[in-house]
Design a protein around this ligand. Structure first.
Ligand SMILES: C[S@@+](CC[C@H](N)C(=O)[O-])C[C@H]1O[C@@H](n2cnc3c(N)ncnc32)[C@H](O)[C@@H]1O
Length: 274
């Protein structure tokens, strides 16, 4: 069976309440090759090292050594490539995973990588930053009980959250809650960074991964449920009467991304609407 076929088959007819168990069992049987890209996202490295510098500088104008806090809610943590990369770029980074096996794998991997990180893997400019920490936390994104393990309190929330292959892994009926949870976890001036994938897949085909073209805009800018039957025309993705929980700061095609995006991946950067 092809890799997409294996994943589809595993999740076929699985209810919302059984989704987390579905992912954990794939980790237990060593099937993370179905989605593990083997390296941190080149598009996220470029964002952090170039464009993002202005955004982060605004956030911490007065204290260049003060750390920013980042949540990587699923990048699976697999091995936590982005968690390590962000720590090397001055963030106190937290990888959240619902599977305890992943948390153990990620902790061990991070320890070995942080000893002598390869610049071609984690970004050329990482040595310009005061190193932060790489942390891995067990928890369900939709529950609150893990937040204290990331030092989350009333005003102290995340400066940056990165999402890649998390939204597309969720059942469509979970998308609205994903958007509200993102809003809940970010500081008012924080940013949600989405590497939008898969944009080449139509809305009628089953997932995971579920096709997401137009879904981020519908959920975050328009405040709708993100369940689309067709991709809205670009012209309808603008407007002044937007009631969603986020404002899109920028939307661009990254110079570099994974092959699995088939050249269609987009980066979108969002700030909680005030
Ligand atoms: C498709 S994989 C993507 C992993 C990662 N983004 C990557 O590219 O390697 C989805 C991941 O989300 C995790 N996951 C699924 N539901 C979750 C939830 N509710 N809370 C936390 N993690 C979850 C799964 O264990 C799995 O590792």
């Amino acid at each position: 069976m092809s890799e997409p076929g294996r994943l589809l088959n595993h999740f076929q007819d699985r209810l919302r309440k059984d989704q987390s168990d579905g992912w954990s069992s794939l980790w237990e049987t060593d099937e993370s090759d179905l989605w593990d890209r083997g390296k941190p996202s080149p598009a996220l490295i470029d964002f952090v090292e170039c464009y993002g510098r202005n955004i982060f500088h605004d956030m911490k104008k007065d204290d260049r050594c003060c750390r920013l806090k980042a949540l990587v809610p699923i990048k699976g943590c697999g091995r936590g490539y982005e968690v390590i990369m962000l720590a090397l770029h001055g963030f106190d980074a937290y990888g959240l995973e619902v599977s305890s096996k992943v948390v153990d794998i990620a902790k061990e991997y991070a320890e070995s990588q942080l000893e002598s990180p390869d610049p071609s893997f984690y970004g050329e400019k990482r040595s310009e930053y005061v190193r932060g920490s790489a942390n891995f936390v067990l928890g369900d994104f939709f529950q609150k009980n893990w937040e204290t393990n990331c030092g989350i309190k009333d005003d102290d929330k995340f400066d940056l959250i990165y999402d890649y292959t998390f939204l597309c892994a969720l059942l469509p009926e979970m998308r609205f809650d994903w958007a509200r949870r993102m809003q809940d976890l970010l500081k008012p001036g924080g940013v949600l960074v989405c590497l939008e994938f898969p944009l080449w897949k139509d809305h009628q085909s089953a997932g995971p991964p579920w096709g997401l073209d137009g879904v981020y805009w519908n959920l975050l800018a328009e405040g709708k449920d993100g369940i689309l039957t067709s991709t809205p025309a670009l012209a309808t993705r603008d407007g002044t009467d937007l009631k969603g929980p986020f404002t899109r700061l920028v939307h661009y095609k990254p110079d570099r991304s994974y092959d699995q995006g088939r050249g269609t991946d987009m980066m979108s950067i969002w700030r909680p609407a005030s």
